[in-house]
Design a protein around this ligand. Structure first.
Ligand code: HEC
Length: 113
């Protein structure tokens, strides 16, 4: 994985995600470090990509706390870069054809939640 790509993912993560999730040396209360999250460790990136595309609604996770959907805010390339950065930080092998997969997952029919 080229460093420039990981840096792009790290910058996007800092902008879009770190305010709620892990940032720098601080662990946010009640928010897991995402590199430890199961979504980052699965053999398939679908869960992680779905969370980024559609967010987490208040009936899932900690009640009353919501994660916004990034469907309209981030391109397939940007979502893939963040996922590659998290995967890299977790010390796992890169997911193959990730950007293409993000596009496929984006266009799958969505479940209401
Ligand atoms: C406004 C706050 C907020 C922002 C911004 C945010 N999240 Fe979340 N995220 C949450 C909350 C709340 C949950 C659900 C409760 C939990 O698991 O901590 C969550 C859950 C998750 C999960 C599921 C955790 C697991 O263990 O499976 C992942 C993965 C995730 N977020 C990734 C991201 C990524 C990547 C970004 C940036 C694109 C991001 N989040 C931006 C608040 C946020």
């Amino acid at each position: 994985m080229p460093d420039a790509r990981i840096n792009q993912g790290a910058r996007l993560y800092a902008t879009a995600c770190a305010s709620c999730h892990f940032s720098g040396s601080k662990l946010r209360k009640g928010r897991p470090l995402l590199t430890l999250s199961s979504a980052t460790h699965l053999n398939d990136p679908t869960n992680l990509v779905n969370v980024m595309l559609d967010g987490v609604s208040s009936d899932q996770g900690i009640s009353g706390v919501v994660m916004p959907a990034f469907r309209n805010a981030l391109s397939d390339d940007e979502i893939a870069a963040i996922a590659e950065y998290l995967r890299h930080s977790a010390g796992k092998q890169p997911w193959p054809n990730l950007q293409q997969k993000v596009g496929e997952i984006r266009h799958q029919p969505r479940f209401e939640h």
